[in-house]
Design a binder for this molecule. Structure first.
Ligand SMILES: [Zn+2]
Length: 435
């Protein structure tokens, strides 16, 4: 029997409703989670970035939120073993990851401010569904459902393409935040070294929707930037029809009002408003009408009505373009919840999202800590029955649970990252030898 023997996760053990998460059980589940399920190996490999520079890991800040919201900053560890030991001892309800500092964060009191400072960090993005409350009708605040989750799918696709193609960033780790949003960690070597100013410039490039009430915020002008062209194509070709119908955009008089606010021509706005007040059209035919009426008016006099040229595309962007939390991305010193931390409110694990099948990602299928611990229990019981020689201890127990496939996505990401980093180091060495 090989140590790596894979054990099929039984279907019946993944029934989430049967093992509904109860927040009061978190303190009793976390010791099990941190002892048997947290993927320390790939997690340490990720944050060591190949291990050539020891301080890459040992000068990294972790912060822990303990029971009763006690927040402990400036934790740091010299090795994987020390990290494992501390996490298992402290049993944090939430783990955040901060920057790599000039000195070990746990010693920060020994240094004057100005000497102890953050030097490097991944470029991170935090996209939160609460920032879409002005454009979704199904839920508000921390709630999400299948009707609004496509907003996150679109956000991942649009931002990921730009990071990959427009900036050339290779290593982007997308994470479900465990409740109402997604995070992205851009891990390329050159990106981790970017100063705050450069991070701000990237966020500026990616920011289309500014905060505030839903009024006209997007104005497309010729020539439309290729980045926005990509966004419009993805939204309109892959998502808009389904999303518009699910959200019943243009259904009620107040929906109509909201959309017509974005038509940048008073006369056209009035005309459509009168039409829609007196018809019993569906949301679909009303949308078609907006498209047709604005296009026809633009054709009548391209100079006079140039503002109407891209009205439907502007409305789509207003509704669907990702809202970025700029502060999280622009400051190197900002902490962000760690992958594989457990969301204390929902019990769901912050798992990686496979970018190649982002359309299939279902936040409601992400395992909760109570479900995982139950799966572990039943598997352990079965193994004890099968083997009386105690060999079960050798098997990676997380592989017996539904977290396995999420760890696999993470391992694949980390392996690619480390392989590329080794390649880059070799190239640098070769280049030096030329001289
Ligand atoms: Zn919803």
């Amino acid at each position: 029997m090989s140590e790596e023997k894979e054990i099929e996760v039984k279907k019946e053990t993944t029934n989430q409703e049967e093992f509904a998460y109860d927040a009061s059980s978190l303190p009793s589940l976390l010791p099990i989670y941190y002892k048997l399920l947290f993927p320390y190996g790939p997690f340490y490999s990720w944050l060591s970035y190949g291990g050539l520079n020891k301080t890459t890991f040992s000068n990294r800040e972790f912060s822990f939120t303990l029971q009763n919201d006690i927040y402990v900053r400036y934790q740091s560890f010299t090795s994987q073993q020390e990290m494992e030991k501390e996490i298992q001892k402290m049993k944090p309800h939430k783990i955040d990851i901060g920057a790599i500092f000039s000195h070990p964060p746990k010693d920060h009191n020994k240094y004057h401010s100005g000497i102890f400072k953050p030097l490097e960090k991944e470029l991170v993005f935090d996209i939160d569904m609460t920032d879409y409350d002005d454009v979704r009708k199904c839920c508000q605040g921390a709630d999400i459902c299948t009707k609004c989750w496509p907003l996150m799918t679109m956000a991942i696709k649009l931002i990921d393409r730009a990071l990959r193609e427009d900036f050339g960033f290779m290593h982007r780790l997308w994470i479900y935040s465990g409740r109402r949003g997604v995070h992205c960690w851009v891990c390329d070597d050159k990106v981790r070294k970017l100063p705050n100013k450069a991070r701000s410039a990237i966020v500026d490039y990616l920011s289309v929707i500014q905060g505030g009430n839903l009024e006209k915020r997007v104005n497309l002008k010729d020539p439309v930037h290729p980045f926005l062209r990509h966004c419009i194509t993805t939204i309109s070709k892959q998502h808009w029809e389904e999303y518009r119908q699910a959200q019943e955009i243009l259904e009620t008089p107040s929906d109509v009002e909201k959309v017509l606010k974005m038509v940048p021509d008073a006369e056209m706005k009035e005309k459509l408003k009168t039409e829609f007040n007196n018809d019993n059209r569906t949301t679909e035919t009303r949308w078609e009408r907006i498209r047709k009426a604005t296009a026809e008016r633009y054709q009548e006099d391209m100079k006079k009505y140039r503002k109407l040229r891209y009205t439907p595309q502007e409305i789509m962007l207003e509704f669907c373009y990702p809202r970025l939390d700029a502060n999280v991305s622009t400051s190197i010193n900002h902490l962000l919840k760690s992958p594989f931390s457990v969301h204390p409110k929902t019990g769901r694990v912050c798992v990686p999202i496979d970018i190649d099948s982002v359309d299939d990602f279902d936040p409601f299928a992400v395992p909760t800590i109570s479900q995982l611990c139950h799966e572990l229990d039943s598997q352990k019981a079965e193994k004890t029955e099968d083997n009386s020689d105690g060999s079960t201890r050798k098997i990676h127990l997380y592989k017996t649970t539904s977290i396995k496939k999420h760890v696999k996505i993470f391992e694949d990401f980390v392996n690619k990252l480390l392989a590329d980093s080794r390649k880059e180091k070799l190239n640098q060495k070769d280049a030096t030898m030329d001289f």
